[in-house]
Design a binder for this molecule. Structure first.
Ligand code: IPM
Ligand code: MG
Length: 379
């Protein structure tokens, strides 16, 4: 998973990718991402095989379980997993014993993907669509590393007539492994890490801070570490987002802060994520939800899903050049959309359909018979 500095042309790769479309707009955006991956396969000479499986509400409807054993088996037999989104009003009855989200949480746990990378790099063409001033956003390039398989999401849960509880528990080992992941990542970037906790109130946060401080001192003294309380982080993330490089935090804080960070990019429809464990197999999903209000209309923005496919190419398959090609194609589409509403996603005020956007990205990826179009990757 170490970045390949040379980005030399990769030899032909055969990979099996499990595709879990899920609910709402999940099937539409994953179809676009799969189409982009197929185009990458044609353009660069790789053979990707796709295996579809059920998760979330779709799985509950089909088999009364949010994560069928066949889905886990398909994911375990794959080199990487691409997921759409889970959930929707149909399965949201607070009294329901079975919820789509349980499928996603169980899958994260089953695959051991404890480090969730959520990069935020607002594209110049979308700055005007953010509620935040463009001058605050220019040059923002941060990545949140969210611990994904611990904390209150996975602690003991109880529901009684007059009270309920969700236990938040972290072990030293759980904190160490995600901290190492984040420090290693910081070394490949600007060498700064902000660890976010609530150490003035929570015992788990005091342990978190202690462990992160020790891992830093013993193993990564070259990285600049700062600690930040989550409430003030929520404020600084909006007020001075340019100051952050790698942001490390626990599960629930990371969930909340990354929805907030999505607003820096202008829309939830743009942000991808990669969930990684100790091996190369990862789980890739847009950070947005299933958006039931627009599901089935063919208008969802597939860019977050397509960028998640780029992360899959990079982190699970080691295809760096291909990942950059997808990111460059997306960047070119966003540039084109700035001046043409027909190429701009609806969540950014345009009128492009899911298919329009997928086709525009694929056209810019080219195929084996055409030279790869020269588009700038970074702003
Ligand atoms: C996310 C989502 C999930 C989470 C839900 C769907 C369980 O909000 O990936 O950010 O809370 O982790
Ligand atoms: Mg979330």
């Amino acid at each position: 998973m170490s970045p390949d500095a040379t980005h030399a042309p990769s030899s032909p790769c055969r990979a099996r990718i499990a595709v879990l479309p899920g609910d709402g707009i999940g099937p539409e955006v994953t179809a676009a991402a799969v189409a982009a991956l197929r185009a990458v396969g044609r353009r660069f000479g790789h053979a990707f095989a796709f295996d579809e499986a059920l998760i979330g509400g779709a799985a509950i409807d089909a088999s009364d379980e949010a994560l069928p054993a066949a889905t886990v088996a398909a994911c375990e037999g794959a080199d990487a997993v691409l997921l759409g989104a889970v959930g929707g009003p149909k399965w949201s009855d607070p009294k329901a014993a079975l919820r789509p989200e349980q499928g996603l949480l169980a899958l994260r746990r089953a695959l051991g993907v404890y480090a969730n990378l959520r990069p935020v790099r607002p594209h110049p063409a979308t700055l005007a669509h953010s509620a935040i001033k463009a001058e605050v956003l220019a040059g923002v390039d941060l990545i949140v590393v969210r611990e994904l398989t611990g904390g209150s999401y996975f602690g003991r849960k109880e529901r009684h007539a007059d009270r309920a509880l969700d236990v938040c528990e972290y072990s030293v080992a759980e904190i160490e492994r995600v901290a190492r992941h984040a420090f290693r990542l910081a070394r490949t970037r600007r060498g700064r890490l902000t660890s976010v906790d609530k150490a003035n109130v929570l015992e788990t946060s005091r342990l978190w801070r202690e462990v992160v401080t020790r891992v830093h001192r013993d193993e990564f003294p070259d990285v600049v570490l700062e600690h930040q309380l989550v409430d003030s982080m929520a404020m600084h993330l909006i007020a001075r987002p340019r100051d952050y490089d790698v942001v490390l935090t626990e599960n629930l804080f990371g969930d909340i802060l990354t929805d907030e960070a999505a607003m820096l990019a202008g829309s939830m429809g743009l942000l991808p994520s990669a969930a990684l464990g100790d091996g190369t197999r990862g789980l890739y999903e847009p950070i947005h939800g299933s958006a039931p209000d627009i599901a089935g209309k063919g208008i969802a923005n597939p860019i977050a899903a397509i960028l998640s496919a780029a992360l899959l190419l990079r982190h699970s398959l080691g295809l760096h050049r291909e990942a950059e090609a997808v990111e460059a194609a997306v960047s070119a589409v966003l540039d084109a959309g700035a001046g043409d509403a027909r190429l701009r996603p609806r969540d950014l005020g345009g009128s492009a359909s899911t298919l329009d956007l997928a086709q525009a990205v694929i056209a810019r990826l080219g195929d084996a018979s055409k030279p790869y179009p020269a588009v700038a990757l970074r702003d």
